[in-house]
Design a protein around this ligand. Sequence first.
Ligand SMILES: *Cc1c(COP(=O)(O)O)cnc(C)c1O
Length: 354
Amino acid sequence: MSAPVDLRSDTVTQPTAGMRAAMAAAPLGDDVFGDDPSVNALQDKIAAMLGFEAALFVPTGTQGNLCAILAHCQRGDEYIVGQMQHCYRWEGGGAAVFGSVQPQPLDNQADGSLALAQIEAAIKPDDPHFARTRLLALENTIGGKLLPMAYVEQATQLAQRKGLSRHLDGARLFNAAVAQAAQAGSDPRAEARRIAQCFDSVSVCFSKGLGAPAGSALCGSRELIARARRIRKMAGGAMRQAGFIAAAASYALDHHIDRLAEDHALARRLAEGLGGIAELQVEPPQTNILFVDLVGPAQERSAALLDHLAREGVQATGLYRLRFVTHLDVDAAGVERAVAAIRRFFQVSGTRHA
Ligand SMILES: *Cc1c(COP(=O)(O)O)cnc(C)c1O
């Protein structure tokens, strides 16, 4: 039997031997004094990769988004954001709590985008009745979906025309870039830069598919990053010998971008393996996240299915909507194990695909 497989999230990866060696060898300083060479090198590397003047290393993606929103907006400003976006729904309302910045959430359409007409309609006139609309925040990938490049261009051009700043929650920007590069037959780094250049700021997670133990970067203009640095300090995110983790992130940028294509292929393979099970509706994955809905009476069985999977050494999350995420520590054998366990639960015999 293959080893247990953890499909809960791409955050669960362990640093590889190569990454640990890079961490152990990292030159260190005190990043609050600005002299940790490994942090500075990482910040320079990600800023240059994505085409920005500057970058700031932060402990988490949540803090990266918080620093971005508070650097773009003042008290009494608002940001337009999707209902399903992390920086509205999954960050404890931080921008409102710490920054007195009001969110203006809009429904995400099925493809993860915000309708252009709704964005335009949500922008408030300059009138004392209203919060000042200052920022548009998008997310790519969102729920594992790649926002179409043409849409990203249209939405960010609309925002610019209307005088709004533009922030991208690019926690999984490199998953988006790898998927887009596969469609376009181009290089993921070129696609990452193309997407990022539509925005005034971009946050990127190193601790998701890139496989580092912690850390994110916020990229933007020198001026924006200087403001974000103050906010990071207030939020308690200024670290000292942070070069240990910056070195892991830097290693990930050098070694773990192209391999995201393997995660995407395994997510597709998992989806194929679950095809033909009547109780399941499988959403074809675009990147490394697979959503599976239990349908009809099977909806009652999601907790039982997750328990069954856990007993079979397969971890996943979700209640009505099951979520399986592939990553650096998942291989083909792990995916087969998950497929076999799910098919056993629904008493479907055999494996459907080669
Ligand atoms: C994971 C994630 C974040 C940040 O999460 P942290 O756990 O704070 O690092 C931000 N946005 C998206 C879309 C994410 O998936």
